[in-house]
Design a protein around this ligand. Structure first.
Ligand code: AGP
Length: 607
């Protein structure tokens, strides 16, 4: 995973690199480092933990030089330590790497035979050692880097810096994204355009297999066949200001609280008033012919897709398969002609989702992506992009992106339903009215925070929690469990309520609280029966329903959360709020690092 940056500047490189790395911390925060060339001399600084540790180190031990590379790491091979932190250096070359060198064991064995030994536990070290070896054979820096890259398999974005070369960075991409930024007499590289937004909005996206030799005055890009190509410079409209917490204690708290606003913006971008209709960006979709959809995503985005399956099937009468991206392409699923595939990803950079998209593209599927980051790899490789329009999501735990993903998916389901006439115009308008009420109802749900905070205070002392839901609440149960485990480190599982009796009910006792998500919908009575089965075994129930639901079934619960009355259609979007608040306040009680929980990264760019 990880984020990489590089600068060939007019001024000191270190502050520029650190600022760019700040913007890439969403890719990992196990360690960080920079290397510079100053009057020909290569030097580096590295620190374990978050970027702030590197910044502190640089205060006490500054590093000079106008050319440099930097890295923020999410450990794959070798634990977080200074030794394993990037940039890696061997002799006259330093390298930063995002991705995984899959053949590093073979390369390591080959290097050992040449009496070249490893000092770190990383796959990346093979890259610097090989380059050092090729340099010792008389190859120029660019030739040595190129020859090294020809020996690598796996996914990578790499940037090389060389001793004695104040005006050279060599980069390559295969499987991991990489951009070049164009400044005034300065050149930058980065894992994405956002990393460079404080420096420039003139961006060149490198293609798969590209190799580039970069100096301040000249950039030479070769494609995967070694042919010199011209990659265009695009003007990217990115806000250079880094998002702030706006007075909230955490980004996650801010992102939960701003959902009425973000959802209003999402809806505004898709709804046309008078007559009210859903407007999608220009596309070649033949909506009336869509019989089935394949949806692929990871984590929270996967649960959004799983929820949408209920809408697509019930309302638009479209058959839907939903797959976890990491399981998709290795199954080699046969792809029928005219398949439409929907990829859901906040970052648009998730390696598993991107790989699944490419599998689908290679089988000529029509690709729709639902992303938050518009210039992302997934967006750029899609036939139709449906953006979320919720602004940057910084908290590792996805919140406002989830409710927006659900909203965009609901809009797509309705658009198809209308085109296929599986619903009447009246029903269509009624569904749209319900969506338009989202900002208001989400605001009401947010008012439940004090009660949820109290419940979370209790929950924090438990080791295991079960979440139950039926129908479209089942994916939400899994999302609630995911939120809780990723930021509070409490073990949690989401199950379909009706499935509990087939095994998991054996877990129930006083020590395992059970969160039951039961809006007063067509499945309410069944949910209540399943809840009774838990109560009968001394299970502690936290029941989430509306007032009338709680009146009927709340008796005997350990705690209750009274939701506003909502329609069955929009319930999954609104009931997401107590899931988010419960996880957030439990994590607060436990004192965990809410925005950057242990072992995680915001965007997972390795398989
Ligand atoms: C959610 O809280 C997670 N941190 C994670 O599951 C995330 O949703 C997943 O990694 C997918 O990311 P994406 O939406 O950027 O593709």
């Amino acid at each position: 995973m990880c984020g990489i940056v590089g600068v060939l500047g007019k001024h000191e490189a270190a502050p520029l690199l650190v600022e760019a790395l700040k913007r890439l911390e969403y890719r990992g925060y196990d360690s960080a480092g920079i290397a510079t060339v100053n009057e020909g001399k290569l030097d580096r600084r590295r620190a374990v933990g978050k970027l702030v540790n590197l910044s502190d180190l640089l205060v006490h031990n500054p590093i000079a030089g106008k050319s440099g590379i930097g890295h923020t790491r999410w450990a794959t091979h070798g634990g977080p330590s200074v030794k394993n932190a990037h940039p890696h250096q061997a002799g006259d070359v330093a390298v930063v790497h995002n991705g995984i060198i899959e053949n590093f064991m073979n390369l390591r064995a080959e290097l050992n035979e040449k009496n070249i030994n490893y000092e770190t536990d990383t796959d990346t070290e093979a890259v610097v050692l090989l380059t050092k070896y090729f340099l010792s054979q008389g190859l120029s820096p660019t030739e040595a880097a190129k020859k090294t890259i020809s020996r690598l398999t796996g996914a990578f974005a790499l940037a090389f810096l060389f001793q004695g070369e104040d005006d050279l960075i060599v980069v390559a991409r295969q499987g991991s994204p990489l951009v070049i930024g164009h400044g005034d007499g300065e050149i930058y590289v980065g894992s994405d355009a956002i990393a460079l937004a404080h420096l420039t909005n003139k961006i060149t996206y490198l293609n798969e297999g590209d190799f580039a030799q970069i100096s301040r005055k000249k950039i030479q890009v070769e494609d995967k066949n070694g042919i010199i190509v011209n990659r265009k410079i695009q003007n990217i409209n990115l806000k250079s200001a880094k998002a702030d917490k706006a007075g909230y204690k955490h980004f996650m708290a801010k992102e939960i609280a701003e959902q009425p606003l973000t959802l209003a913006t999402t809806l505004e971008n898709y709804l046309h008033e008078d007559p009210c209709d859903i407007i999608l960006p220009k596309n070649n979709l033949k909506l009336t012919q869509i019989e089935s959809l394949t949806m692929v995503a990871c984590g929270t985005a996967f649960y959004a897709a799983l929820t949408a399956k209920y809408w697509f099937e019930k309302i638009a009468r479209v058959r839907v398969e939903v797959d976890v991206a990491s399981e998709f392409r290795y199954r080699e699923p046969p792809i029928l002609k005219e398949t439409t595939a929907v990829f859901v990803s906040q970052s648009g950079e998730t390696a598993d989702t991107l790989a699944a998209l490419r599998y689908m593209s290679s089988h000529n599927a029509n690709i729709i992506s639902i992303v938050n980051v518009i210039g992302s790899s997934i967006a750029r490789e899609s036939n139709l992009v449906l953006p979320l329009h919720v602004g940057a999501e910084i908290g590792v735990a996805s919140t406002k992106a989830f409710t927006a993903q659900l909203t965009v998916l609901a809009l797509l389901a309705l658009k198809i339903a209308k085109a296929k006439a599986t619903i009447t115009e009246n029903q269509y308008q009624k569904f749209l009215d319900e969506l338009k009420r989202l900002p208001e109802v989400i605001s009401q749900a947010l008012c439940l925070e004090p009660n949820i905070q109290k419940i979370a205070g209790e929950l924090a002392s438990y080791n295991d929690v079960i979440f139950l839901g039926r129908g479209a609440m089942y994916p939400l149960a899994m999302e609630g469990a995911l939120k809780l485990k990723e930021i509070s480190y409490i073990h949690a599982e989401g199950y379909p309520s009706g499935e509990l009796k087939h095994g998991p009910i054996a877990l129930i006792d006083k020590k395992v609280p059970v969160v039951v998500i039961a809006p007063k919908d067509t499945l309410f009575d069944k949910s209540v029966s399943n809840m009774q089965e838990v109560m009968a075994r001394s299970g502690k129930i936290i029941l989430i329903s509306c007032e009338s639901g709680l009146e009927l079934a709340g008796h005997g619960s350990w705690a209750t959360i009274t939701m506003p009355d909502v329609s069955e259609f929009t319930a999954p979007i609104i009931y997401a709020v107590p899931m988010q608040l419960l996880a957030y306040h439990t994590a607060l009680s436990k004192g965990t690092d809410v925005d950057q929980p242990r072992n995680l990264a915001k965007s997972v760019t390795v398989e």
